[in-house]
Design a protein around this ligand. Structure first.
Ligand SMILES: Cc1cc2nc3c(=O)[nH]c(=O)nc-3n(C[C@H](O)[C@H](O)[C@H](O)COP(=O)(O)OP(=O)(O)OC[C@H]3O[C@@H](n4cnc5c(N)ncnc54)[C@H](O)[C@@H]3O)c2cc1C
Length: 216
């Protein structure tokens, strides 16, 4: 798994010869009807808007991240319909890698939960099973390509831990809600790890908003 910052909206507006930060731009747009649009400070304004759920102002700035994960997790990410995506296509390029995961025990009372207390022998068995299946499927996948079978058909031989890469672009508003939902304990750990990495990036890029949300 890997998460990397790709882009954040770059404001071109200047106030008092100072280039606006992305959060400054959110505030500048939010003050469209105010006689004080040229104000530079915005801590109180952003905190007020969060408290009163004036979410639309956070749609004025976008952030794009690159996410490397598995085909098991990418469909969960793609469900966040307010984002736009580009994903590695297994139809046009050859699959290169697999993600390796550590298993957890199924919680018998909560289907959305798993417990990190498996014994070493079971963990080793699962790791070994992943490696064997990945090796076997990649062997058959390569054989299929050698036989002239199209990549879009050959990929049917690949497991869910096949690695994929996505670019995910969304507004600060969408990222706030994505992070809130996907860092919650009800989200699968492998996806939670991605959301936690996104949250770290978000806190660095939007420190005032993050502090107002109680994240910093
Ligand atoms: C634990 C878990 C289990 C799931 N199980 C299933 C399942 O079994 N089957 C299935 O099909 N799907 C499942 N999903 C997916 C889920 O139903 C959504 O499709 C997914 O979380 C995307 O959320 P979204 O539609 O809000 O999209 P997003 O793109 O995240 O949000 C859409 C818009 O709503 C806004 N928004 C979101 N939350 C708020 C808020 N609190 N206040 C104001 N604005 C808000 C966002 O800013 C955005 O503009 C599950 C999700 C989770 C987290």
């Amino acid at each position: 798994m890997n998460v990397r910052l790709i882009a954040v909206t770059n404001p071109l507006v200047e106030i008092q010869n100072e280039k606006l930060t992305p959060e400054g731009l959110i505030a500048y747009c939010a003050r469209v009807s105010s006689p004080h649009q040229e104000k530079l400070d915005y801590e109180k304004l952003l905190a007020y808007c969060i408290k009163n759920r004036h979410w639309s102002i956070f749609e004025m700035v976008d952030m794009t991240v690159e996410i490397t994960t598995s085909r098991a997790i990418s469909p969960q990410i793609l469900r966040h319909r307010s984002f736009v995506f580009q994903e590695f296509s297994q139809r046009y390029a050859k699959v290169q890698s697999f993600e390796t995961y550590t298993p957890r025990r199924q919680d018998t009372r909560n289907r959305q939960h798993s417990v990190d207390d498996l014994d070493e022998a079971t963990i080793t068995w699962f790791t070994d099973a992943q490696e064997k299946i990945s090796a076997f499927s990649v062997e058959k996948y390569n054989e299929a390509l050698d036989k002239g079978i199209a990549k879009e058909c050959a990929r049917m031989l690949l497991p869910l831990n096949t690695q994929t890469k996505l670019y995910m672009k969304g507004s600060v508003r969408s990222w706030i809600h994505y992070i809130e939902v996907r860092t919650d304990a009800s989200t699968q750990k492998e996806h939670r790890d991605i959301a936690e990495a996104v949250k770290e990036i978000f806190i660095r890029q939007f420190p005032v908003t993050a502090a107002a949300l109680g994240w910093a």
